[in-house]
Design a protein around this ligand. Structure first.
Ligand code: MN
Length: 435
């Protein structure tokens, strides 16, 4: 079954539909969890301006062609069971959903349940798509690592390990939230001078980080069992937008020697729709060869079929006064998935090189994605160069870092000539004052 020919669902043409449903055509079909309209938490698929209630579909027997284990997993309130079923089940489900939603098929369109199983995407609440078991954040964009490194070590921006392994830290799964949740400005230890003394204050240098997230699936590897780069491709169910909210002043004081801690653990936002690896397959770009002066990765990090994803990102900011005055948000930067130096598969392979177990529902962040240009920097630390080059918003106010009432909106789409645009939707969050 291909995605050509379009869907019978209003607002979901083959090119992806119009207006707010654009980018959510048959070629996409992202999966997520939701509640609303009197229905408890359940799974759904986004199609155009609508959401398909998978619980209703299973109940009514519309998905009877799928294996019973798949139907059971699709009737749950989170995706973890489905994630654990692995690639065969994911592909079979995608093919069947494309068949049922295509214009040439009446099996769902003409079934009594159709009216009840499709709802407007706007009246419901999107939830976290799965229970996040563990969350790891990487640092895989060379432009980001070079920019941030050069602020602190002008002559030696990249640490000696950077081109040999995907640098990462273990993040906090309990504070991963779905888009729309407000972020509370954190308290923490901050210093005036580099060596202290510290005081407990509200964070003054609150930042966002634009990242690509990967949702791990497939059967968990045993402790001690490594996952190769090639196998990693089959362990990633799909991708989300991720905003790694960061408290730069807390980070500066606490990060050595074990990495960020309270500067990162107060909140991480993800977009609620998982765009599947299957849908993204045509948007893969081979990992470019390393430059002449660059080291080749060790063998366990090499695979001829490895790829990056051509996702185009943008970050926009809207202040409280801009919204009061009806001003549109301001796009402050754009960057691409192809700006990453390490692939998601390499990150997963390195994550497990020690034998670390990865379970369905684990989340991996790419690290801030920045391009080479000054308007391609994926966080305010870089964009304003530690606050030395503030940006001016349309309401005339300056930003070095985020202020209370600011909203950060991250968007992304997979793009390729001749193919429909695949939308990731949005990842939004407001800044609330310190409690
Ligand atoms: Mn990060």
């Amino acid at each position: 079954m291909t995605a050509s020919g379009g869907s019978w669902v209003v607002g979901a043409s083959s090119s992806g539909g119009e207006g707010r449903g654009e980018g959510f055509g048959l070629a996409n079909l992202p999966m997520g969890a939701w509640s609303g309209e009197g229905r408890g938490a359940r799974l759904g698929v986004r199609i155009g301006d609508s959401i398909l209630d998978l619980h209703r579909c299973v109940e009514s027997g519309v998905l009877a062609r799928l294996d019973g284990r798949i139907q059971d997993a699709l009737a749950k309130s989170v995706l973890n069971d489905f994630l654990g079923l692995g690639q065969g089940a994911w592909s079979a489900t995608r093919s069947e959903l494309q068949r049922l939603l295509s214009a040439s098929c009446g099996d769902l369109r003409d079934a009594p349940v159709a009216k009840d199983a499709l709802l407007p995407a706007w009246g419901i609440t999107m939830r976290l798509p799965c229970e996040i078991g563990d969350y790891t954040d990487f640092y895989a964009s060379i432009h980001h690592a070079t920019n941030v490194g050069s602020m602190f070590r002008p002559t030696n921006p990249l640490m000696p390990n950077w081109k040999h392994l995907p640098v990462g830290y273990h993040g906090r799964a309990s504070t991963v939230v779905a888009s729309g949740a407000a972020v509370r400005r954190p308290m923490g230890q901050t210093v005036q001078a580099d060596d202290g003394p510290p005081s407990l204050t509200a964070c003054r240098l609150l930042d966002y980080e634009l990242e690509l997230g990967a949702i791990v699936g497939g059967q968990a590897n045993d402790i001690g069992q490594r996952v190769s780069v090639a196998e990693a491709a089959g362990r990633i169910f799909g991708h989300v937008l991720l905003n790694d909210w960061s408290a730069r002043d807390l980070q500066k004081w606490e990060y050595q020697p074990l990495g960020p801690f309270t500067a990162k653990n107060f909140m991480t936002s993800i977009s609620p729709w998982i765009v599947t690896a299957d849908a993204l397959a045509p948007y893969r770009v081979p990992v470019p060869p390393r430059g002449d002066g660059d080291p080749q990765p060790l063998d366990y990090l090499r695979w001829d079929g490895d790829f990056l994803l051509d996702v185009r990102f943008e970050v926009a900011i809207s202040s409280a006064s801009m919204r009061e005055r009806g001003m549109p948000e301001m796009v402050v930067s754009r960057s691409r998935g192809t700006d990453l130096w390490w692939s998601m598969n390499q990150m997963l392979a390195h994550h497990t090189v020690s034998g670390c177990r990865m379970r369905p529902g684990d989340l991996i962040g790419s690290g801030t994605i920045s391009g080479a240009g000054e308007d391609e920097r994926g966080c305010l630390l870089e964009l304003t160069w530690r606050g030395t080059k503030p940006i001016t918003l349309p309401d005339g106010t300056e930003r070095k870092f985020l202020q209370d009432g600011d909203e950060v909106i991250v968007r992304g789409s997979a793009v390729r000539d001749g193919l429909p645009r695949l939308s990731f939707g949005e990842c939004r969050g407001f800044v609330l004052p310190v409690a």
